[in-house]
Write a protein that binds this ligand. Structure first.
Ligand code: TYD
Length: 139
């Protein structure tokens, strides 16, 4: 459900040498992290995402630059403006996501609860919607 996805501020320590932002799973919620990946060198006008996950939980952070993250649970849609490295969004399972409007310097960091598993994906929106309407997470 979209209400289960939420934005949060990561703790940032700022001093004369710059800033250090920290995420501690377990302390600031949710799940042990089993995989980290990041999107970078994204061409102008490219979009990413375009899928949902059956089980996977993720945290998305714009560690550099900016982009828009659109989340859709099959009934409602919400856009998060990813504009800083201290701002994270938790994306719960069964949420369709699209990412667009990347700035030149955008780097999108993703913290994920599981290893990569293609069978966990819905890559067709109509299949995702059908699963939502069945009320389950099964394929
Ligand atoms: P894709 O799902 O299309 O990326 P995005 O969600 O950003 O639009 O993934 C691009 C390619 O990378 C695809 O061939 C699958 C592969 N991939 C991995 O091998 N491991 C991973 O952890 C991820 C996220 C993708």
């Amino acid at each position: 459900m979209l209400e289960d996805c939420c934005a949060f501020e990561l703790t940032t320590h700022v001093d004369s040498r710059g800033s250090l932002t920290v995420f501690e799973a377990g302390k600031e919620h949710w799940f042990p992290i089993r995989r980290v990946y990041y999107l970078h060198s994204i061409p102008e006008h490219a979009s990413r995402g375009g899928h949902a996950h059956k089980q996977l939980k993720q945290i998305i952070i714009a560690i550099s630059g900016s982009f828009d993250l659109v989340l859709d649970d099959g009934t409602a849609r919400k856009t998060f403006e990813m504009r800083g490295p201290s701002y994270g969004v938790y994306v719960c399972p069964m949420t369709w996501r699209d990412m667009k409007n990347f700035s030149d310097d955008a780097v999108c960091l993703v913290l994920a609860s599981e290893l990569y598993d293609e069978s966990d994906y819905y890559r067709q929106y109509d299949e995702f919607l059908a699963a939502v309407n069945r009320g389950g997470r099964s394929a």
